[in-house]
Write a protein of this length. Structure first.
Length: 293
């Protein structure tokens, strides 16, 4: 006999798989991108972006935060979440561009931005969906598919985010960080600003071993991946690592053999506390070494 919970999970899985089938039939993007997003839908089929007790870690120091308009894309203002250590309003702090998962800029991402701000940064959590968020996998699939089919507005969005932090807030150094879809876009942001971005962190975002792209990485890069990740499988990670080493790029890859995709997401079913805590320690040390020097 099915319980209400099992029925909801089964319905969510069927809806996600159906969305994945529809996505796989779309001709607008590459086969690799279609396959990656289909795997993402499958991996997140049972997830919802609802915070668990693991998401309640407070920032190391008190922070302040507010919604700010940082860009105009397609004639519409784009609002993100800006946070920084309390009482640091006149300081020119190093900055981070935080890029959300496929769910969009929700409270989980805002909380993660606050936690990063507590490490001594001014943090801008951008909104690549321009106001939209998802609370179920099919809706997240639709938003992510639209972003993949038409990346131009997101690139414009990120260029303006960089300009906001450097010109408006006078940040002396800039880093990027993101998870899942945001990890992929952290990589893409580094490619947009190969001479300007000072550090990039990729949490289980898809990466490509493409000579032209990897050669553009002038900044240190930290990649954090799960050994059991079906969305970003180990052959993809290994190929990227080998290509970066061959081209002499400063890329550090950390793999957690028993962790799955989204292992650092405290609102997901794949959350792995030991891996997430170690990844956080590596992330903060990496950012301090490259943004506070």
């Amino acid at each position: 006999m099915y319980t209400g919970l099992s029925l909801r999970l089964a319905s969510g899985l069927l809806a996600s798989l159906a969305a994945a089938v529809v996505w796989a039939q779309q001709p607008a993007v590459s086969a690799d991108d279609r396959a990656t997003l289909a795997r993402t839908a499958e991996a997140h089929a049972h997830d919802t972006p609802v915070a668990t007790p693991a998401a309640t870690t407070a920032p190391r120091v008190p922070v302040t935060g507010a919604e700010v308009v940082y860009a105009t894309v397609g004639g519409k203002p784009v609002t993100g979440f800006l946070t920084r250590p309390q009482g640091s309003g006149k300081e020119k702090l190093p900055a981070l561009i935080v890029i959300h998962e496929w769910w969009g800029l929700n409270d989980n991402v805002r909380d993660e931005a606050k936690r990063l701000a507590g490490e001594g940064y001014v943090v801008l959590a951008v909104d690549l969906y321009q106001g939209a968020t998802a609370d179920a996998p099919p809706a997240a699939m639709k938003l992510s598919r639209g972003l993949t089919e038409n990346p131009g507005p997101a690139e414009d969005n990120l260029k303006q985010a960089y300009a906001y932090l450097t010109k408006e807030l006078k940040a002396p150094r800039i880093g990027t960080i993101g998870w899942c879809l945001g990890g992929r876009w952290s990589f893409r942001t580094a490619l947009l600003f190969p001479e300007e971005v000072d550090a990039a962190v990729i949490y289980y975002g898809s990466v490509k071993a493409d000579d032209a792209e990897v050669a553009r990485l002038k900044m240190p890069v930290l990649g954090l991946f799960g050994g059991k990740d079906r969305v970003v499988p180990m052959p993809m990670v290994d190929a990227f690592r080998e290509q970066a080493a061959r081209l002499g790029r400063d890329v550090t890859i950390q793999v957690y053999p028993e962790a799955d995709h989204a292992f650092a997401n405290p609102s997901g079913t794949a959350y792995d506390a030991p891996a997430a805590e170690d990844a956080w320690a590596r992330t903060t040390a990496f950012l301090e070494a490259n943004l506070k020097r």
